[in-house]
Ligand binder design. Structure first.
Ligand code: ATP
Ligand code: MG
Length: 331
C-alpha cells in the first residue's frame, strides 16, 4: 500500500486579476521508504503542492483533490487536531532557509527538546535523545552544541539541526524543499548524503524537491517532473535519465553541463514558463516545445501511462523516444 496518495490535486489563489490555479492535476504516490525527487523550474508549483499536503497554505487558497491519503487516512476528512498530529510528526518538512525556521531566541537544545514533545520522556531522557539526534545528523561534539544559539551555527550546521528536529517525531515521510539551495556545493553534497542515509537507515520515505536535475539524478529512485503547475512526467530515475519522454524533461536533461548529448553548445530551453494568467488551456509546454503539433495547441494532454510502458507516466501527445532522438541528432 502506498504511504502517500495524492490524486488530482489543485490549488487556486485569488489574485487581483482573478483566480490563479498555481497547481493543477497533480497525481503522486509515495511508497513506504521510497525516495521521490520532484523537479521543475521556479514557479512550477513544487512548494505549493507540498504545502497543500501539509495544510500550511494561507486560508484564502482553495485546495481540491480526489484523494489526499496518508497511511490510509483521508487528510481531507480528519479533524485539524488529528491533522496536526500527523503533520510535523509522521510527515515532517524541511525548508530551503534553515535559519528562518529556527527560532533565534532559543538554544538548539531547547528547540530539539520542544520538538521531542513529551513522548513519556523526562527531562534527562529528552536531553539524551537530543544529543543522540544531533549525533545522528553528523554534528560534532553534540553535547556542547545543545547550548548554542542558531546564529552561532553555519548554514550547513543549521540545516543539520533542522533535520534533527524533524527526526524527533520519528516521521514516516520527510519532505525536503530545496534543502541545500542556500548552501555551498560541498555542504550541499553532505546534506544530500545525510538525507539519503537517513532515508535508507530509517526506512523513511523522502520527497526531495529541487530545481536541479543533477541533484535527483544521482539520488532519487523515482522522479516527478513538474511544469507550470502540472506534473508532466514521472518514472524511475534511471529510466528518466536514459530515456526522457516529455520534451520538457528532455530539455532539462540536455541542459545539464555533463550531458548535452555530444553537442558543443549547451542548449537552453527557449522561452519562459508561462506566467500566472497566461497558461495555455492546451498543452502548457507547447509554446516552448520544438516538437509541438496542432493537437498540442488545441487540447490539454492527460497525465497518463505511456503507451507501451505503463511504468512511465507522461503528459504529452507525442512523447519522445530513443529512435526519434537518434534520428534528430543524425540530422
Ligand atoms: N500565497 C500565494 N498567493 C498567490 N500565489 C502564490 C502563493 N504561493 C505561491 N503562489 C504562486 O504559485 C506558483 C507556484 O509557486 P511555488 O512556490 O509552488 O513554485 P516552486 O515550484 O516551489 O518554485 P521555486 O523553485 O521558486 O521554489 C507561483 O506562480 C507562485 O507565484
Ligand atoms: Mg519552492
Amino acid at each position: 500500500m502506498a504511504l502517500l496518495e495524492i490524486e488530482d490535486l489543485s490549488v487556486t489563489f485569488p489574485t487581483s486579476s482573478g483566480p490563479f490555479r498555481a497547481v493543477e492535476g497533480v497525481d503522486l504516490a509515495v511508497d513506504q521508504g521510497e525516495f521521490l525527487g520532484v523537479v521543475g523550474e521556479s514557479g512550477s508549483g513544487k512548494s505549493v503542492t507540498m504545502l497543500a499536503l501539509m495544510g500550511l497554505l494561507p486560508p484564502q487558497a482553495t485546495i481540491e483533490a480526489k484523494r489526499l491519503v496518508f497511511e490510509g487516512r483521508d487528510l481531507r476528512k480528519i479533524s485539524s487536531h488529528d491533522r496536526r498530529r500527523i503533520v510535523g510528526r509522521e510527515i515532517a518538512m524541511i525548508f530551503q532557509e534553515p535559519m528562518s525556521s529556527l527560532n533565534p531566541c532559543f538554544t538548539v537544545g531547547f528547540q530539539i527538546r520542544e520538538a521531542l514533545g513529551k513522548q513519556g520522556l523526562d527531562r534527562a531522557a529528552r536531553r539524551r535523545r537530543a544529543v543522540e539526534l544531533l549525533d545522528e545528523v553528523g554534528i560534532p561534539a553534540p553535547e556542547e552544541r545543545l547550548s548554542a544559539f542558531p546564529h552561532q551555527l553555519s548554514g550547513g550546521m543549521s540545516q543539520r539541526v533542522m533535520i534533527a528536529m524533524m527526526l524527533a517525531g520519528g516521521p514516516r515521510l520527510l519532505v525536503a524543499d530545496e534543502p541545500t539551495t542556500a548552501l555551498d556545493v560541498t555542504i550541499q553534497a553532505q546534506i544530500l548524503d545525510l538525507l539519503r542515509r537517513l532515508q535508507r537507515d530509517k526506512g523513511m520515505a523522502l520527497i526531495l524537491i529541487t530545481h536541479d536535475m543533477a541533484v535527483v539524478a544521482e539520488t532519487a529512485e523515482r522522479v516527478l517532473v513538474m511544469y507550470a503547475g502540472q506534473p508532466v512526467e514521472e518514472q524511475a530515475a534511471r529510466g528518466l535519465f536514459a530515456r526522457p519522454r516529455h520534451p520538457y524533461a528532455e530539455a532539462l536533461l540536455e541542459a545539464l553541463p555533463e550531458r548535452g548529448f555530444g553537442k558543443r553548445r549547451l542548449p537552453t530551453i527557449p522561452g519562459v514558463v508561462p506566467g500566472a494568467l497566461d497558461r495555455p488551456k492546451s498543452c502548457v509546454f507547447h509554446p516552448r516545445c520544438r516538437y509541438a503539433q496542432d493537437d498540442c495547441r488545441t487540447v490539454r494532454p492527460p497525465f497518463a501511462p505511456l503507451h507501451g510502458d505503463p511504468n512511465v507516466r507522461v503528459r504529452c501527445f507525442h512523447p519522445r523516444n530513443e529512435d526519434a532522438r537518434v534520428a534528430e541528432e543524425a540530422r
